[in-house]
Design a protein around this ligand. Structure first.
Ligand SMILES: Nc1ccccc1-c1cnco1
Length: 250
């Protein structure tokens, strides 16, 4: 997968050089290119924004720098063999970013992120490029950020970990919260590791029993408990599947 990010704060994307995404890049699973939007400005002050038509607070990001940047990134990608790009616009007014959307994005060969600052990007930029490529307007949650770069980090990590060969077997995303299966749509329950006792706190007995069926049931009960407490909407929306026969017999 190729990822391009066009931003006025390229250094904000430095975390893409470390950890899971950094390793995926080193392994050649991910080709990440970060571009400074100001490269496509031509005035002395490298201007990227202006006052909004119709008045109102804040500034709006201008059409020309974005248009020149996206034309350049698209041309470069096509010239180097990339194909089927999609533009991802982080915005508070976008569709919610979910695991399902992460899976959809992970199946695309090329994503171009356009994190905006200020009040957003002149709408004509999205309208123009939506005639050429799929455009995903995506929100990572109902809160206000100063810009979309943090959302790019979130989306990139959620997508990268789904790429083949990025997660080792030990880190399989099979048991993720929201992954399909009996625990689908349930939050993950508590986890424990050595030592067996810590400051007078012991491990739940069942986890030491070696009885896989009882352990599986305990984990599901704990997941149900946590989901009911923290995300009752997930229970209402998709009642968890019953344990299948093999679980009951274990
Ligand atoms: N608040 C923001 C400001 C600028 C660009 C994206 C966002 C955003 C994305 N998801 C939630 O908020």
């Amino acid at each position: 997968m190729r990822l391009d990010v066009v931003t006025i704060f390229p250094e904000y994307l430095d975390p893409l050089n470390v950890s899971l995404v950094g390793k995926a890049r080193a392994r050649g699973r991910l080709d990440v290119r970060v571009h400074d939007l100001r490269e496509w400005t031509h005035d002395r002050h490298n201007t990227v924004d202006d006052t909004p038509y119709g008045g109102g607070p804040g500034m709006v990001m201008k059409t020309d720098p974005w248009g020149d940047a996206l034309d350049s990134v698209l041309a470069d990608g096509y010239e180097t063999g990339a194909h089927a790009p999609a533009i991802v616009v982080p915005t508070p007014s976008g569709r919610p970013f979910t695991q399902e959307l992460a899976v959809e994005l992970s199946e695309r060969p090329w994503l171009i992120f356009t994190p905006a600052r200020y009040e957003g990007i002149d709408r004509r930029v999205v309208d123009e490029y939506a005639t050429r490529v799929p455009v995903y307007e995506v929100s990572i949650g109902d809160y206000v950020l100063a810009g979309g770069e943090a959302a790019v980090l979130v989306v990139t990590e959620a997508v990268a970990r789904l790429l083949p060969g990025v997660l080792g077997n030990a880190e399989s995303h099979r048991d993720d919260s929201f992954a399909p299966g009996a625990m689908a749509n349930l939050l993950e329950g508590p986890v424990y590791t050595k030592p067996p006792a810590w400051r007078g706190r012991e491990i739940p007995e069942v986890l030491l029993s070696g009885h896989h069926g009882r352990i599986a049931r305990w984990r599901r009960d704990e997941a149900l408990r946590r989901t009911t407490a923290n995300r009752p909407d997930l229970i209402e929306r998709c009642p968890p599947k019953a344990f299948d026969k093999k679980d009951r017999e274990m």
